[in-house]
Ligand binder design. Structure first.
Ligand SMILES: Nc1ncnc2c1ncn2[C@@H]1O[C@H](COP(=O)(O)OP(=O)(O)O)[C@@H](O)[C@H]1O
Ligand SMILES: [Mg+2]
Length: 584
């Protein structure tokens, strides 16, 4: 036995695989990296260390037969034979190219545990900026390159509770450490916890070589609802409500305007523009009210409901404010209905892409949690935000706008979006459709990879990237900041006395310019903070009082009336139900 060797090659060997009689079973296990000196070629310059990986391992005994087993348990196991199947990955030549041997290995050659240098070099783990964890079963750090991750996009896929948000946060921490601007679409209020230093035992932190850290000064949480609905938010998020054009309105709310409606709107906007330098949606409502057609009531109704979402403001949140070096802006969708979320994502991402193209904001990354809701695959549902997310996926890299797509339903995300991701971090997946969707999008994925994905333990991810030679398993490091996606303890909640729902008051934060009369945004689909999108609970609708008297209507004009779509035709009624789910 050669010193340090952990096994010996035997039997028939090939250039892609060989079998090994295992001598040290603590070093040879499924997934372990091993090396073998290849000197079968007569040309000495081909002699080199070759990296391989143990794909399967079997143990048997010649002396213990079925007859022996019938007699009872066996005590002496010393003559067990352990045989491993090793797949050859290859070696790097002097130009850094990966090469596979062309001549089979010699039976009798010793194999050794692979060293860090060879493993890194052959696998192509050459990034050195983002520390995401350890190569499974080793102490070798897995580091990614910021440029590759951001520019070529990245997806994080796994079933619920497998660690997607956790892993995403690990990547976000690393990106924040590198001062990359981040815009995070957060449907479950999970990412504000990036502010708080993590908790955990010291051993885990030291195993990964990190220390607890909060990113408080770098994170701003925005709410598109209100501070009373989302008291943890730092700022309100608002879209521009001034001087809206037909295009603005129809692109944010595409399904709500027919051609007739668009015509009426167009005419009204022309008239308002002729009279005023700046106008609000209230002015538009007034002007549409002067139209002679009956169809105007539908337009008015839709406009009123858009106004009533409260999302439009004369002081919109600027993209420049949201997307800054060293900052992460979290758009926390707590208390916002799915339809309004999609509209906000559509509008926000359109501006983000435009501003980036004009170089008004620095390169950075857009992070979309529960991406299947904002860019669903055809046939599942249709949302306003799909088109822009598809555009960013296909064109973002040209402009240095990266996208991180996170989802528990890979089969339900738009294929065009998923296929553009150069880095995939995949954790446990068991749904056959999702497995199929993942393997379709990955080159060279074998049935071995699918098998592996079904069995991944918590905290372990498969990393697939253009930069590395083959998928590797990564033991994702502990978070520096606190994890916010803890699941809801249903039993504990049931045993606790619930405080009354928050009072939904109208907030008027835009004091510098005339504010439109706004009704509070009813919270009809309050989301429970947690990792699971299925975790929505229905809370009875609270009666909302009319706006308090401290709200000033626009001084220039008063809306002519408050029309309702009484004829029950299409238009506002539907949108209102879509947005708020019930009547006021
Ligand atoms: N790498 C990890 N290290 C330690 N714990 C983890 C890791 N990944 C996930 N977890 C644990 O698993 C739970 C679920 O993770 P989470 O990211 O919220 O799931 P998902 O977003 O996929 O639904 C978390 O509460 C966290 O404690
Ligand atoms: Mg999650």
């Amino acid at each position: 036995m050669v010193r340090g060797s952990v096994g010996v090659i035997f039997g028939e060997t090939g250039t892609f695989e060989f079998k090994v009689m295992v001598l040290d079973s603590s070093k040879v296990y499924r997934g372990a990296y091993v090396k073998v000196w290849h000197d079968a070629s007569s040309d000495e310059k081909d002699h080199t260390w070759v990296l391989g990986q143990v794909m399967a391992i079997k143990r048997s005994s010649d002396s213990f037969s079925i007859e022996e087993a019938m007699k009872g348990q066996r005590t002496d196991k010393s003559d067990d034979r352990i045989v491993a199947e090793v797949m050859i990955i290859g070696s790097r030549d002097e130009n850094g190219m990966l090469r596979s041997p062309v001549i089979p290995f010699s039976p009798g050659s010793p194999i050794f545990a692979a060293d860090e240098g060879l493993t890194r070099a052959v696998l192509g783990l050459t990034g050195n900026e983002m520390d995401i964890g350890l190569l499974e079963g080793t102490n070798i750090k897995v580091q990614l390159s910021v440029n590759s991750l951001v520019q070529k996009h990245c997806s994080i896929l796994a079933k619920t509770g497998s660690g997607k948000s956790y892993t995403a946060s690990v990547l976000l921490e690393e990106l924040l450490d590198q001062n990359i601007p981040l815009l995070i679409i957060d449907p479950h209020s999970e990412y504000s916890s990036l502010k708080v230093p993590g908790e955990g035992n010291e051993e885990d932190f030291s195993r990964f070589g990190v220390t607890p850290k909060g990113y408080g000064s770098k994170i701003t949480v925005y709410t598109p609802a209100s501070k009373s609905l989302n008291p943890d938010a730092d700022e309100l998020f608002r879209l521009n409500g001034m001087n809206l054009t037909v295009k603005d309105l129809t692109s944010i709310f595409p399904d709500n305007f027919s051609t007739t409606h668009t015509g009426i709107l167009y005419e009204a906007i022309q008239k308002v523009r002729a009279e005023m330098e700046t106008y609000t949606i209230e002015d538009l409502i007034f002007e549409v009210g002067n139209d002679k057609s009956k169809a105007k009531w539908n337009v008015i109704s839709v406009l009123e409901q858009i106004r009533d979402t409260g999302i439009l403001s004369p002081n919109p949140t600027s993209i420049e404010q949201l997307f800054q070096k060293g900052k992460a802006s979290v758009i926390d969708f707590k208390g916002v209905t799915p339809e309004l979320q999609s509209m906000i994502v559509a509008s926000l991402c359109t501006s983000l892409f435009e501003e980036r193209k004009l170089n008004r904001i620095p390169p950075g990354m857009l992070v979309v949690e529960e991406a299947h809701n904002y860019a669903p695959e055809k046939g599942f549902s249709k949302t306003t935000s799909t088109d822009i997310l598809r555009t960013i996926a296909s064109e973002g890299r040209k402009f240095g706008l990266g996208m991180m797509v996170i989802s528990q339903r890979p089969a339900r995300i738009d294929k065009n979006v998923l296929s553009q991701c150069g880095t995939q971090v995949i954790m446990k997946v068991t749904n056959p459709n999702d497995l199929k969707a993942i393997s379709k999008g990955l080159e060279g994925v074998t049935s071995y990879v699918e098998e592996e994905l079904m069995r991944l333990p918590p905290g372990v991810a498969m990393l697939v990237s253009n930069e590395i030679e083959r998928p590797v398993l990564v033991d994702i490091r502990i978070r520096k900041s606190k994890h916010g996606g803890e699941s809801v303890n249903v039993l504990k909640a049931a045993r606790t006395v619930t405080p009354p729902p928050p009072v939904m008051s109208v907030e008027n934060h835009e004091t510098s310019r005339p504010a439109p009369v706004r009704r509070p945004m009813p919270e009809l689909h309050p989301t429970v903070s947690g990792p699971d999108s299925d975790m929505m609970i229905d809370i009875p609708v609270v009666d909302i009082p009319e706006p308090a008297s401290n709200i000033t209507p626009p001084p220039k004009r008063q809306p002519s009336r408050q029309p309702r779509a009484e004829d029950g035709s299409e238009g506002g009624g539907k949108l209102f139900k879509k947005l708020f789910g019930a009547n006021r």
